[in-house]
Design a protein. Structure first.
Length: 554
């Protein structure tokens, strides 16, 4: 299959080899996504689970079984923990070390988008796809967050990229399918069965639309299947041999089957959930992407462009699959950013070739201004004083300079200017806003407050902070108030995913064996705590805006 036909407009990217551009994009992206990451503390409730598990992997020297609070942890497969633990092993237990992995893979993802676009279209479209995807809001955020989604995104995207190359016999060969099997195996090691199921559904749907049934036979390569099994299966087999049915029941039962059939967050289980997520995730490009999908839908029906059909099917399968699942998360549909960036890049290149400057400003420039106003509102919510003034002034200055320059230059210059505008805005956010927001979701300061107390037992009253455990190195007990009762509902199933030590207040105190006890109490729970512990004569040690720290003599 030849590359997609398009107009021959010349851009400077043609002066450099594809390999050098990929390496350059990776280096610049990696540095950009890692910029100011050392300012971000580990946050609750998700990041801290991954960071603490990787930390315990290093400290326990058990690189087979992920564990947290000293107990086996079957939430996700092992590959992300391996990567993060390796970063800790090399650089120490620093916040920026934990953020190296998502930033590294985000850089790989940008390079992959360019490489895919270059081999299937033209350099101009390739660079547009990389810029659209790499400057989308969710992509920038996940490039900094310590969760599995960015790593899974790269392996998942690579699997479908290599499938497409094999399907169209890119470079005259179908050996690309071997790399597809490798990518699928790594996706399964990163996030479980969906690493095979979702790409598989995309492939089946695409072949069905193309009516090219013989391709199923071409895809089945015994060597590829063997490679897949050798990479993906040993860890699963080893985990089953060590942990038996507990591993299968928790990993497959709770974290896969239950997640698909019983909503963990029922309030989010609405049909329009991922429509809203799409608009947020691809800001400020969402209007352009939506316009591109509407414009290019005819290519799917007519099968005029194999690439556009494949990209739209890819996005549609993920969207429909996760919309039908009971449990919904913001990051589940993140993989659709890749194919939608490809579609948007083709549409945008058509606008550029036609010289439709006003259309570009309408669909790209105006959304950038509106999104910046949202960032200003967020800054007002989290920042104060001089920091707020500096942030807002910088954001407004970037927008004004961009708009002023955009009215004076050619349409292609405008696109580059808008991308530079987005990068500048994200840099300002990374320096001022992101760290402030992260500190509201982290208990790093709590650890500093309890550091001077040497009590043997530490309890958190009716709340839990894994980030505090990560930073302090001391496992706390979640204390259940006396009037809290366990109910036999579907929540009991979800409760099995939480493995932190959990005790009732009387049992926690009785089990202290005369040791000193430090209990951290949220301010809103202080009255209830004092009522329940009146007979133990709790002594107030310290009080902050959020917590009170009490000493009890066991």
């Amino acid at each position: 299959m030849l590359k997609e036909n398009s107009m021959n407009n010349s851009l400077p990217v043609k002066k450099f080899s594809s390999r050098n551009i990929c390496l350059g994009l990776f280096a610049v992206s990696f540095i950009f996504y890692l910029l100011f990451s050392y300012l971000l503390p580990i946050t609750d409730p998700v990041e801290s689970n991954y960071a603490l598990t990787a930390k315990e992997m290093v400290m326990s020297t058990d690189w087979l079984s992920p564990q947290i609070y000293g107990k086996a942890w079957f939430d996700k497969p092992v590959f992300f923990y391996w990567l993060t633990a390796a970063a800790f092993k090399l650089f120490g237990f620093y916040d920026i070390a934990a953020r190296l992995v998502p930033a590294f893979f985000a850089g790989l993802g940008v390079s992959l988008a360019y490489w895919f676009g270059k081999k299937t279209s033209r350099p101009e479209i390739a660079i547009l796809a990389a810029l659209i995807m790499g400057t989308s809001l969710e992509y920038v955020l996940l490039a900094k967050l310590i969760i599995t989604d960015m790593v899974f995104f790269v392996f998942n995207s690579a699997a479908l990229v290599f499938f497409y190359f094999g399907y169209v016999e890119m470079d005259g060969t179908k050996r690309w399918y071997l790399l597809m099997y490798v990518s699928l195996a790594l996706a399964i090691l990163t996030k479980g069965p969906v690493g095979l199921v979702l790409p598989g559904l995309v492939i089946v749907a695409f072949i069905f639309v193309q009516r090219n049934w013989k391709e199923f036979k071409n895809m089945f390569i015994p060597t590829g299947v063997l490679i897949f099994l050798v990479i993906a299966m040993p860890w699963y087999v080893a985990m089953y041999s060590v942990h038996g049915s507990d591993f299968l029941n928790t990993f497959l039962g709770v974290h896969n089957y239950l997640r698909a059939t019983v909503s963990e967050h029922p309030e989010d289980n609405v049909i329009y959930y991922y429509i809203v997520v799409f608009f947020i995730s691809m800001l400020p490009w969402s209007p352009l992407v939506l316009k591109a999908m509407i414009d290019k839908r005819k290519d799917l029906v007519s099968r005029k462009s194999v690439l556009i059909s494949f990209s739209l099917i890819w996005a549609a399968v993920y969207f429909v699959f996760y919309s039908s699942m009971a449990t919904k998360y913001l990051t589940y549909t993140f993989p659709i950013v890749f194919p939608l960036a490809i579609v948007a890049a083709h549409y945008l290149e058509e606008l550029l070739a036609a010289g439709k400057k006003n259309t570009v400003l309408c669909w790209v420039g105006i959304p950038a201004i509106l999104v910046t106003l949202i960032y200003i509102a967020v800054s007002y919510r989290y920042l104060e004083g001089q920091m707020f003034v500096s942030t807002v002034s910088s954001l407004i200055l970037v927008i004004l300079v961009t708009w002023w320059q955009a009215k004076r230059h050619s349409i292609r210059y405008v696109i580059g200017l808008l991308c530079l505008c987005h990068l500048s805005i994200y840099t300002i956010l990374a320096l001022f806003v992101f760290p402030t927001v992260a500190y509201t979701r982290s208990e790093k300061e709590l650890v500093q407050n309890i550091a001077s107390y040497n009590e043997q037992k530490l309890g958190f009253y009716d709340f839990y902070s894994t980030s505090a455990v990560y930073y302090s190195g001391k496992v706390a007990v979640k204390i259940t108030p006396i009037d809290n009762k366990m109910t036999q509902t579907q929540q009991l199933g979800w409760a099995t995913k939480y493995t932190m030590p959990n005790e009732s207040l009387p049992h926690f105190i009785a089990d202290s064996k005369k040791e000193g006890i430090l209990i951290v109490v949220p301010k809103k729970k202080q009255k209830q705590f004092l009522t329940e512990t009146l007979e133990y004569n709790p002594q107030l040690l310290q009080s902050t805006e959020e917590f009170s720290y009490y000493y009890l003599n066991g």
